[in-house]
Structure formats: C-alpha cells, structure tokens
Design a protein around this ligand. Structure first.
Ligand code: CUA
Length: 338
C-alpha cells in the first residue's frame, strides 16, 4: 500500500514536471480548434452519452435485482423457479441494441463523409507530409518549400476560411499523423497515399505525435503545427523560399560541405543535396531539434551532432567522428542557416 502510494506520488510529480516543460506541453485535447476535430468531438460525445445511458440502465437493473432478490435470513436454500421464454423481453433486448448500433453507425458515417467529401478551394495550402523513422518531412509543392517537424499553416477565420490539405506518405514503415486539436488520426502507410485537411481557428502552436507504433523511437516522433496569422504566414513563406545566404565564414562552410552530412541533408544553393534527412536550408528558423525533442540552439545542436544516438538511440543519423574544433566550425556554420 505504501509502495503504491509512493508510486502514485512520483507519478504526480513526474506528470507535473512534464506539463511544466514547454517543449512537451500537453494541450487540452477536449478543446477542438478545427472543423474535423469538432466533428470527431461531437461524435465522441454522442457515443459517450448513449453508452452512459446504457450503463445507467443496466447498472440500475442489476442493483435492483441484487437488493430486491438477494438471499435473506430464513429463505429456503432450494433453487428458485426457472422461468424460460418471454417474447416481449426477447424482442426488447434485440431491437433496442439494434437501434442503438444503427444510430451510432449512421452518425459515424455522416461525420466520416462530411470530412472526406469536403471540397478544397483553389487557395488551399497543399502540403505533402512524409513520415520517416523518426521525424516528419513537410513539403509545400506549390510554394517550393521543404521543412521538418514544424508545419506552418495559415489561420482560418469566419470571414475567410483557409484550408490546408495534407497528402500523407511514408518513407519507411507505418506511422500515424495525429494533432488532437485539429483532426482525427490518419494512418501514414508505405506505398499508399492518404489525405486529410485542417482549418485551424486560432493562431499558436498545436502539438501532435505519431499515433502508430513505428519502432523504438516512436514516442519521440512528435510534431508541431504552427498556425500563423495570414501576414506571418506570408513572411514565413517568403523567408523559406530564400536560398541559403552566403556563409559568414567560408572555412566553416567548407567543414560542413566536406563532411558526410551532405549525403543525407540539403542546404539549397550548395552542393549538399541529400534527401534522406531533414532539409537544413533554414534550420535555425525551427524552434526545436530532433522532432521537437529539444530546443534548437547552438548548444543542443552541438550535442546532437556529437552523439545523435544519445537522445534517440537507433535513429538513422550516424556519429561522425570529428575533432572538437571541427565540430565547433560545423555548428558555427549551421547556426547561420536562418
Ligand atoms: Cu512514427 Cu510511430
């Protein structure tokens, strides 16, 4: 008992610690902020209310039977009369559940088709989401932007509804794209293209994660949807469309371009054209590192490059042996990529 209490207390402390860390803040999943999430929320409330009704009726009948017909002092110990066959009861407990299932099935089908059949207006923002073990690649084919783990989209207002249409693909295994306040989960499956859309109503940061077990670092495959005002979104687009600027130090850039890093990473405008890792052209415009695990700054970046397997063991980024001096130059170059 004492052990249990201790475990519970340490759980509470742990939970408080987690929610106090802004990088891992858990937002309120009961507050939907986009149409698909509204619909899912309405459906789950309807389902909960119906199920609660069923529970109350069954529990009340059970309680009544236990209290009213339980054994009492002086009752005979013989078996009570066995009653068999009542057409009314048989019909009632067949028809009522059928009606309940029918109502739930129709409501689910209506909401599913309302989400799937939504026509996308011409000005919808198109994003191709590519899930990797264990990070998210976001490509904006019309805007010619490639980024990772932080998806920028414009806010949708009453006056001007603005949609973002997502095309979901996987580079390796099955993943799941889930931002609870924006929409339901959508599987991301190799050799298959799934689609979904969002129209977030409030600007800010929405947290999401991978909802399908995809290997050892599945839990560290979080993402952020950053919902911008129309002006901020335009600014972000314009900044992302720039090629990487001239390096502050050609020597620092040389260290990067001579490393094995360029086999997997792109810095547009240079000969680093690798595609299997996150695009680094505007690395420092991202708030976080390693699929939102850490804040993105020179110190965390240095740690990450020095030993990528410490934070996320098993990830595809190898440790590339290099002197501390070279590592400093590498970080100095990367931190100029705004
Ligand atoms: Cu990707 Cu779980």
């Amino acid at each position: 008992m004492v052990l249990r209490l201790r475990l519970f207390v340490s759980f509470l402390v742990f939970a408080t610690f987690l929610s106090a860390d802004p990088l891992h803040a858990i937002e309120n999943i009961f507050k939907p902020l986009a149409t698909p999430a509204d619909l899912v929320s309405d459906l789950s409330i309807l389902t909960l209310v119906i199920c609660a009704g069923v529970f109350l009726v069954v529990a009340a009948l059970l309680l009544y039977a236990v209290i009213r017909f339980g054994y009492r002092e002086g009752d005979s110990r013989s078996e009570p009369p066995q009653v068999y066959g009542s057409n009314q009861v048989e019909i009632a407990w067949t028809v009522i559940p059928i009606l309940i299932v029918f109502v739930l099935a129709v409501a689910t089908a209506r909401i599913t088709s309302a989400v799937q059949d939504q026509k996308m207006p011409k000005d919808a923002v198109n994003v191709t989401v590519i899930a990797h073990q264990w990070w998210w690649e976001f490509r904006y084919p019309d805007l010619k932007i490639v980024t990772a783990n932080e998806l920028h989209v414009p806010v949708s207002t009453e006056a001007h509804r603005k949609f973002t249409f997502l095309t979901l693909k996987s580079a390796d295994v099955a993943h799941g794209f889930w931002v609870p306040q924006l929409a339901g989960k959508t599987d991301v499956i190799p050799n298959r293209t799934n689609t979904m859309w969002i129209d977030p109503r409030e600007t800010g940061i929405y947290l999401g994660n991978c909802s399908e077990y995809c290997g050892t670092q599945h839990a560290k495959m979080e993402l952020r949807v950053i919902v911008d005002s129309p002006g901020d979104f335009e600014k972000w687009v314009a900044a992302q469309q720039q090629k990487a600027g001239a390096p502050e130090s050609a020597d620092n850039q040389k260290v990067f371009l001579a490393s094995a890093c360029i086999a997997c990473h792109t810095v547009s405008g240079t000969r680093a054209l690798g595609r299997s890792g996150p695009d680094l052209t505007h690395l420092m415009s991202r708030q976080t590192l390693a699929s939102t695990e850490e804040p993105n700054n020179a110190a965390t970046l240095r740690d990450w490059i020095k030993n990528p397997q410490r934070l996320k063991p098993g990830n595809s980024m190898p440790t590339i042996p290099m002197s501390d001096a070279k590592l400093d130059q590498m970080v100095a170059y990367l931190t100029t990529l705004h």
